[in-house]
Design a protein around this ligand. Sequence first.
Ligand code: V4E
Length: 219
Amino acid sequence: MRQMIVEVERKFTCSGDTLKTLEEIGVCVGQRQFLDQYFDTPEFELTLRDLWLRKRKECWELKCPAEMVTGTEEPSGEQSLCTRYKEITNLPEIYMKVKEVIKEGCKDGESGPSLDDDSWLRKLNLVCFAEYTTVRQSFTLGEEGLQIDLDQADFGYNVGEIEVLIPEGGDVQSAQEKIRNAAQKLGLTGDEQVEGKMHVYLKRYHPEHYAKLLSAHIL
Ligand code: V4E
């Protein structure tokens, strides 16, 4: 299996002051716009396991929680601020993982369905449950491997993210240290949990499912 990437990230609310600091000390490395479409079974079997299957700009991605290795737990409070998700981007691997989890779509024989088009979604009973467009402005702070994204979602929600990508099994603590330093430079003193775009989207458009995810401690 190919090397997996783990995304360590902390979300933040971008106030006018934070934006001013970011424009002063950061370098804008681009602005782009993309449509995200998230898929699950009608019973939400993936997201209730904290698995997030999405299509962005014709590329598929499955975000899965990165396993905790004993002894790498953060000091208290830190854990809730930084999230860690493994990103699978190879479509045959995504298909195998999703199929294994929902244990369906097994009638396609040894080789599995063609993945050249999106018909495999129907075989696994997957439907789109969330769709939104994001305008993203990205910055760096000169810290290697660290990126800051300011996202504006089309349903009226803005959120910032400080993120570091590391190889699976890589140094999570040093990634968190980089994120802590960047947060400090931006003057982010608050340690409150900031809601992501999906969090707000589900609360607004799928309140029943949102409630289930909250009780399952996924959100
Ligand atoms: C992993 C996850 C979800 C999927 C969306 O992930 P996110 O990183 O928020 O989206 P986005 O658009 O910024 O993707 P990127 O371009 O960075 O790859 S929806 C919910 N989760 C889990 C989750 C969580 N439990 N808590 C927090 C703070 N974030 C995400």
